[in-house]
Ligand binder design. Structure first.
Ligand code: SF4
Ligand code: SF4
Length: 225
């Protein structure tokens, strides 16, 4: 019937409108800001940088590889790589960002920076109350403002954070085992090299007997008198 869909829509709207006076579940809005919806775990707003341990500077996971800066569609990430290095979570010396800024006024929350980061260093925050009257400086977030601890990540995205933590712990274990195997191999090789001069010094005499003279060619042998 012509207009049946419209009538069904109007009926549903009326049912929810009048029903909301008696049934709170029919209310689709809340009295913000006094009331707030519980955000779903997959909510994403703008990126933040993760750090481990108590020090945001020393524990920052970012190694300033600049992949996210290159892949960000609106180019709102700005990174300057450090001149020196610091150890990462597996003890490998890595660069770190001397400068890491994100212009949140330009960011489109696409999460590409998160997808391309090989170091689990950047994740999407669910913070959305960022309004400011300072249009430019107020929405340009520096490394200090972007850095948040792993505990915060566990709180806002518990499932994803648990998966990341498990994988990183496994990677750290593997790196540790690999380093131990490499150290053992190097020590064995060093011991082998150190043994060669000792063999050369007394290995020729064996049990201390005088070394045999070199065999002379037949035509140079001394003639018996
Ligand atoms: S979420 Fe998208 S737009 Fe925002 S910083 Fe990351 S890559 Fe750029
Ligand atoms: S956040 Fe990740 S991809 Fe971006 S520079 Fe740091 S380590 Fe590289």
């Amino acid at each position: 019937m012509f207009g049946e869909g419209i009538l069904q829509g109007l009926y549903e709207t009326a049912r929810n409108f009048f029903g909301s006076y008696v049934d709170k579940d029919r209310l689709v809005t809340v009295q913000y800001p006094e009331e707030r919806h519980q955000l779903p775990e997959a909510t994403r707003e703008f990126p933040f940088l993760l750090y481990d341990g108590p020090d945001p500077e020393a524990g920052l996971r970012c190694v300033a590889c600049q992949i996210c800066e290159k892949e960000c569609p609106p180019r709102c990430i700005h990174i300057e790589k450090s001149k020196d290095k610091k150890p990462d979570f597996v003890g490998k010396q890595q660069f770190y960002p001397a400068v890491f800024d994100i212009d949140v006024s330009v960011c489109m929350s696409c999460q590409i920076c998160v997808e391309v980061c090989p170091f689990d260093a950047i994740r999407m925050d669910n913070e959305y109350e960022l309004s400011t009257s300072n249009r430019f400086g107020g929405l340009l977030y520096t490394k200090r403002e972007l850095a948040k601890p792993n505990e915060y990540y566990r709180k806002i995205h518990p499932t994803e954070a648990a998966e990341t933590d498990d994988r990183r712990a496994k990677e750290a274990e593997e790196a540790k085992a690999k380093a131990a195997a490499a150290a053992a191999a190097a020590a064995a090789k060093a011991a082998q090299v150190a043994a060669i001069p000792a063999v050369a010094a007394n290995g020729a005499t064996g049990n201390g007997a005088a070394p045999k003279p070199a065999e002379q060619p037949a035509d140079k042998k001394p003639v018996n008198q």
